[in-house]
Design a protein around this ligand. Structure first.
Ligand code: GLY
Length: 560
């Protein structure tokens, strides 16, 4: 190794050992569950120990996170579950929300064609028809072994008997207290004598417990055709929304094959449209396979240049060429074809001056989602990312249902060429239409080596999901970091617009920063980051290594 590269590695390994001090890598001989909330990880591992498989555990964790991670875990939103079965089958359960039937292309514009402030993010117009309940229940019915009541029991108990508020909860309860105060039924649950709940408080959610009990007893129907749908529709009608009973009755979950690509001998599976995640990750990896990242070094100006430029092309394609496949053609084969990839590689190699997308250098508010990864003793692996979009979704709860509704309508292109809350500047292909699913960035991913699961990972963070999963893969495959280091090392992100590379503190050395600036890049340190929850399986020993991201210190990897 050249001296300069050696110094880089030494710097980052020291950094990595310092930041991994807070959380240990978890090991397991049989099974592993990693989530952002220790209590939810324990729920998953208990289900596995009780004889459930990875899908049983994934459904139990999905419902548990709806209780113990109220900002992001949910039954009022949607997402994607990627399943690898021990028999070799790989499949995706798409439970992404759909726009209401009455949704229209220009529904978020005023009569002058301007965006109506906050309409896509707050209140009932922001809400897509939730998919989580149908998605989890269908996954359980088709691939699980336990009953709905068995896997929902821990979530119901946590809601009715309470759980201890975490430091992460407390931070965001406090931040969003002004929003909670605006809705009496939200304030009743999420404020305590008018003040935010504190870390360590016992937080009981009776309404949510009753809703979950109803789902456990009566099944999917009660959510989509029964009392829960009725309450949401009534609240929507009362508050200027457009949700109808027909929306819920017509909602469907789809099963689809994953997106697949290879990178240095590994096979990557991730999710297809209506998420852009799988295609973007595969496009970037296919490009980067042509560059020797290992040789150019970890977070050197040379390697960052190649990675950032791959991000530029992937995000441009994401924002202009992808959307719900039930409505538009997604040119998947073309985007991942060798000729297209080669054309990007050639352009990157010839990039002498950095193209600038514009002068926009500001950024939007914090947003979130949640990811969890599970592997069972049979060799089944499940990777789930689901969301209500922003923290606490649209900041509304219908009546006494007890759960936040999503603001996923913001993931559509409300007006071509304008940015959404993730700063994504999307085009008309992803415009709002009746019953259409908005384009997502969620990227639950499973990496295979010699046809065996090698890594299970994913992240929250809107577009940062895509780049966080990418960097984690590069950290393991190209740079030989262990899984905990790989997820905890400071990250960078680039999506074309805003026109800067976002970095976490410590992501680049001064030398790298200086060289990148000389190349023409804008660089900005920001504080909103994703959190990768990952499992790595050692191909020889078969030991499972679980890693929870230090950015979510209340999370945990638990194995046995
Ligand atoms: N709601 C964020 C995403 O799906 O990308």
């Amino acid at each position: 190794m050249k001296k300069s590269l050696f110094l880089y590695y030494t710097f980052f390994l020291l950094f990595a050992s310092a930041i991994t001090h807070a959380q240990q890598i978890a090991t397991g001989k049989h099974a592993m569950v990693v989530t952002e909330q220790r209590v939810a990880s324990q729920v998953g591992i208990d289900i596995l120990r009780a004889g459930g498989n990875a899908v049983d555990a994934a459904v139990a964790v999905g419902y548990a996170l709806a209780v113990v991670n109220p900002c992001c875990g949910n039954i009022g939103g949607g997402g994607f579950m990627l399943i690898h079965l021990a028999n070799g089958k790989n499949t995706v359960i798409n439970f992404r929300e759909k726009a209401p039937l009455k949704a229209k292309q220009n529904m978020f514009l005023d009569k002058n064609g301007n965006l109506i402030p906050d309409a896509t993010t707050i209140g009932y117009l922001a809400v897509g028809v939730p998919g989580t309940v149908m998605g989890l229940n269908q996954a359980l019915q088709k691939y699980g072994t336990m009953t709905r009541k068995q896997v929902m029991a821990p979530a119901i108990k946590l809601a009715k008997e309470g759980y201890r508020v975490t430091s992460f909860d407390a931070k965001w309860f406090s931040f969003y207290a002004p929003a909670f105060r605006k809705q009496a039924n939200v304030a009743e649950i999420f404020l305590h004598d008018g003040k935010p709940w504190q870390a360590g408080d016992l937080f009981i959610q009776k309404d949510l417990g009753n809703t979950l009990s109803l789902i456990a007893e009566k099944g999917t129907e009660v959510f989509y055709k029964g009392n829960i749908a009725k309450k949401i529709v009534a609240a929507s009608e009362k508050n200027g929304g457009i949700l109808s009973m027909k929306d819920f009755a017509n909602y469907s979950v789809e099963e689809m094959p994953p997106i697949q690509c290879s990178y240095h001998g590994y096979t990557i599976y991730s999710v297809p449209p209506p998420s852009s995640g799988g295609i973007a990750i595969c496009e970037m990896l296919s490009v980067l396979q042509h560059f020797n990242l290992r040789q150019s070094g970890f977070h050197t100006a040379a390697s960052v240049h190649d990675i950032v430029e791959s991000m530029r092309y992937a995000f441009n394609d994401r924002n202009t060429r992808l959307a719900d496949p039930d409505f538009v053609h997604n040119p998947i084969t073309q985007l991942l074809s060798p000729s297209y990839i080669n054309s990007i590689v050639t352009k990157i190699r010839n990039t002498k001056t950095i193209p600038h997308a514009g002068k926009r250098l500001h950024e939007h508010e914090q947003t979130d989602t949640t990811h969890y990864s599970i592997m069972d003793k049979h060799g089944n692996a499940v990777s789930v990312t689901y969301t209500i979009n922003g923290f606490f979704g649209a900041k509304i709860i219908a009546d006494h249902t007890g759960f936040f509704l999503n603001d996923t309508m913001d993931d559509f292109t409300a007006k071509p060429g304008t940015e959404n809350k993730f700063d994504l500047v999307q085009q008309a292909i992803n415009d709002v239409a009746s019953h259409k699913r908005p384009l997502s960035s969620m990227s639950p991913t499973i990496v295979m080596k010699n046809n065996q699961p090698y890594m299970i990972l994913g992240s929250p963070g809107g577009p940062r999901i895509i780049t966080s999963v990418l960097l984690t893969l590069l950290n393991v495959i190209d740079y030989d970091f262990n899984i905990l280091q790989a997820i905890n090392l400071p990250r960078f992100h680039f999506q074309g617009s805003p026109d800067f590379i976002e970095i976490e503190p410590g992501a680049f050395t001064d030398v790298t920063t200086l060289q990148l600036k000389r190349m023409g890049y804008n660089i900005k340190q920001i504080h909103k980051w994703s959190a990768v929850e990952a499992i790595l399986i050692d191909p020889q020993s078969k030991i499972l290594y679980g890693a929870n991201d230090n950015r979510r210190p209340d999370g945990a990897a638990i194995g046995y």
